[in-house]
Design a protein around this ligand. Sequence first.
Ligand code: PLP
Length: 428
Amino acid sequence: MRERSRDLFERSLALIPGGVNSPVRAFASVGGTPVFFREGRGARLTDVDGHEYIDYVGSWGPLILGHAHPEVVAAVTAAAQKGLSFGAPTELELEMAELLTRALPSLEQVRLVSSGTEAVMSALRLARGFTGRSLLVKFEGCYHGHSDFLLVKAGSGALTFGHPTSAGVPPELAAQTLVLPYNDPAAVVEVFARHPDQIAGIVLEPIAGNMNFVRPSMEFLRTLREQCTKHGALLVFDEVMTGFRVGAGSAQGLFGITPDLTTLGKVIGGGMPVGAFGGRRDVMAKLAPLGPVYQAGTLSGNPVAVSAGLATLKRVLEPGFFDKLGRATKSLVEGLVREAKAAGIPFSGDSEGAMFGLFFRASPPASFAEVMQSDREAFNRFFHAMLDRGVYLAPSAYEAGFVSSAHGPADFEATFAAARQAFAAPRS
Ligand code: PLP
């Protein structure tokens, strides 16, 4: 049915490792071959065979206004006509810094980079440089990009030193990253007791979106803030996914917790490569050229990319944007839960702003362990049944989903109709 996609994938396999330029695109988790797209407009994607899909991936989060939003395309076109890159400061970067620091009061200063990976890698180097300490703490199931010291998952015990998830990460480096269970305040207190004056910072996704969708408890967040302050470690909110996706004030605004540093990406580039990290002025003052922590980028603050981000953020920060989009996203999740219930399938869902999670288990998970208890085979069947009915979900049971302002009631009704059939489809 998707012959041209299959043919292109076969040819790609010969020249590109795994046929893809980022592993999650390969459908390894759900099976089958990836869909090659030729066009996106609003909430819809068209593949190279001419099939149309309602898109709930949004390029993994950036496209909160939908595909090819006219204002974003116009901003990019106008910027490109004036020059693609200068490697020198531009007014657009200042405009972006003004906008980000206004929207997120915890950002006293901000620096632009070109990806989420770069943003988190740089923020944590800064945390180490500022504190003069080496150890970092992350949480099981949270993804922070592919820099060496963050590609570490939990060992068997909650407080054991990490084992590298990826080959090529030296064990000595991985040992500098401690991995704790998400939503476990006692583990946070304990890690500081075990490693007094050694922890440079704690990084987390303030709503976890890389193990499907897991909300933090307020007790967990408050404990993190208190413990970091008490022990002189920096609290780093990785808002690459949640930034301007779960609300105008991002997750930190939603929960009323002030991190020391924040990392951003995805929505702030509107589909172009932009990342950012920022926070306390005294911490940011340690960055080169002011201080001893080095960080740089040939294309950092690229004018074409920043133009796409600015055009996107201007819309996203309009009053009422998230009220409407949050309601729409909630109605999508409720509709899918309703369809599953009617079919007698254990299923639940959750959302915040324009980010959502669907779970093949009776209630939303609160930890990585609970995420792992959901029925992955059932998701994989659902994924393919939806794909064949023109609904494109993230090709993994462990990814969050995204709604854009271009999605409307007709898209949701079509999604519910597809789900009705998908839930009723016999297991084969
Ligand atoms: N941090 C979080 C929370 C992410 O979700 C991602 C990517 O999905 C990253 C960091 C890495 O961002 P990028 O893929 O732009 O390097």
